[in-house]
Design a protein around this ligand. Structure first.
Ligand SMILES: [Zn+2]
Length: 144
């Protein structure tokens, strides 16, 4: 850098809907740190928490839309409109996050069975995307 500062890390475009996950490192880093079963469980919990948030936001939008009237002044109307817009944004974001997290968990989960001996989720990561079975030492690609 010309000014002597450290280079800034720029987020790739579309990071809002990807949730900031670094595609090159995740989910291998998390699976290596937590183990597959715990990682899978956490992804399902996180995904469904986003689903519940999105569903709650949808109910909030419906309730606020019912309360939207021109009675009570502009401040009240503005507050309800702001709440509806915020809840709509949260609902859309929550649905995108839910879909992305569950899709990723299922994609990795489908490959968690050892092709050599058929045992499920008993492997160790030895590279960013490949694993080795703890039972029969068969190696396969877990992550694309
Ligand atoms: Zn095996």
């Amino acid at each position: 850098m010309r000014d002597g500062s450290t280079p800034s890390v720029r987020k790739p475009p579309g990071v809002f809907f990807s949730g900031g996950d670094n595609g090159a490192v995740e989910p291998a880093d998390s699976i290596g740190r937590l183990g597959f079963s715990r990682w899978y469980e956490r992804r399902l919990i996180e995904g469904h928490a986003w689903f519940v948030s999105a569903f709650s936001s949808m109910i909030l939008v419906a309730v606020c839309m019912e309360e939207l009237t021109f009675k009570g002044g502009a401040a009240r109307l503005l507050a309800y409109v702001s709440l509806v817009l915020a809840a709509t944004a949260l609902c859309i974001y929550g649905i995108f996050r839910y879909q992305r997290i569950i899709t990723e968990a299922e994609r990795v989960g489908e490959r968690a069975t050892c092709p050599g001996c058929g045992v499920y989720a008993r492997f160790k990561l030895f590279s960013a995307n490949s694993v080795r079975c703890r039972k029969c030492s068969h190696e396969w690609r877990l992550i694309d």
